[in-house]
Each structure stands twice: as structure tokens, then as C-alpha cells.
Design a binder for this molecule. Structure first.
Ligand code: HEC
Length: 146
């Protein structure tokens, strides 16, 4: 009579493993991987004050900006943070996963962005780019006056 017990124990164990996997936040896997390959070069050591994952104090004001705004502004580039994380081939979706992982590792509870969140991020990024283009056009106008 030992076999069924063993099998049901095995079954319960498999189920226990499968449930968290099915619910896993993809930012924990995809986002972390992108962070490691593309973002860590600067962020792991805080190069030029890049906020380090795990530094809750540095991340608190960033997390307060909200996922859509922070992700969009970082994507377009902000101060010493290069646009697209300095990786022109990186998609916005992958970038957003990396930001979600970094924020989650630093006191935020950000999930991998779903379709609705990606829509908001795209909208914010487009607006931010529009502002940048206007500023650059104004600069160009100044040159034309010379
Ligand atoms: C070449 C170095 C470098 C790389 C590579 C880099 N970052 Fe950054 N990042 C920075 C620096 C520096 C800052 C701080 C900017 C500042 O406040 O001046 C920053 C800031 C940020 C911020 C906060 C933006 C804000 O509004 O203050 C986010 C989010 C971010 N990075 C995400 C990423 C992600 C995601 C990647 C990888 C896909 C990445 N970074 C790759 C240097 C880098």
C-alpha cells in the first residue's frame, strides 16, 4: 500500500511546483534576463548615479512616478540614462519588462506590463518624444536666425 501514497505525494509536489510557475510574473524571468544583459552594465554599480536594483531609497521616488510614466521617460532617455538603455534593437516591450523587474526588486510591486499597461507606456513615450522634438525644433529655429 505504499505506492499510492508515494504517487499522491509526487502528484502534490508536481502540483505545488506547477501552480507558482503558471502564475509567475514574467518580469521575474524575462525582465531579469534583459536587465542582466543590457542594463546591469551601468545599474549594478550605479555608474553615473544609475539607480541600483535593491536600493529602495533611490527607487522610492521613481516608483512613485508610476509604471507608465517611469518606463516611458526612461525609454525616451532622461538625463544620463541613454534612450532605449543604449540598445537600439531592444523593443519597448522588453525594456518595460526590465523596468518592471528593477522596480519590483527595489520595493515596488510592479507586474510585467499587460496590453493595457503597454498601451499607456506607448502613449506616454509618444508624448515625451513630441515634447523633445518641439524643443529641438525651437533650438533649430534659433540657429536659423543667426
Ligand atoms: C550607459 C549606462 C546605462 C545603461 C546601459 C542603462 N541605464 Fe538606466 N540609467 C542610467 C543612469 C546614469 C540613470 C540615472 C539618470 C539620471 O538621473 O541622471 C539611469 C536611470 C534609469 C531609470 C530611472 C529614470 C528616471 O526617470 O530617473 C530607469 C527606469 C532605467 N534607468 C532603466 C534602465 C533599463 C531598463 C535599462 C536596460 C534596458 C537601462 N536603464 C540601461 C544609465 C544606464
Amino acid at each position: 500500500m505504499k505506492k499510492p501514497v508515494l504517487l499522491s505525494t509526487l502528484g502534490a509536489w508536481l502540483l505545488a511546483c506547477a501552480v507558482p510557475l503558471a502564475n509567475a510574473n514574467t518580469a521575474d524571468t524575462v525582465g531579469k534576463k534583459i536587465y542582466e544583459t543590457t542594463c546591469a552594465a551601468c545599474h549594478v554599480n550605479g555608474v553615473a548615479s544609475a539607480p541600483k536594483p535593491g536600493d529602495a531609497k533611490a527607487w522610492a521616488p521613481l516608483i512613485a512616478e508610476g509604471q507608465a510614466i517611469l518606463t516611458a521617460h526612461a525609454w525616451v532617455g532622461v538625463r544620463a540614462m541613454p534612450a532605449q538603455g543604449g540598445a537600439p534593437d531592444l523593443t519597448l516591450d522588453d525594456f518595460a519588462q526590465a523596468v518592471a523587474w528593477m522596480a519590483s526588486a527595489s520595493g515596488g510591486n510592479w507586474k510585467a506590463p499587460d496590453a493595457a499597461m503597454m498601451h499607456r507606456i506607448r502613449h506616454e513615450a509618444a508624448e515625451r518624444l513630441e515634447q523633445d522634438i518641439k524643443a529641438k525644433k525651437a533650438m533649430k529655429k534659433m540657429l536659423e536666425r543667426d
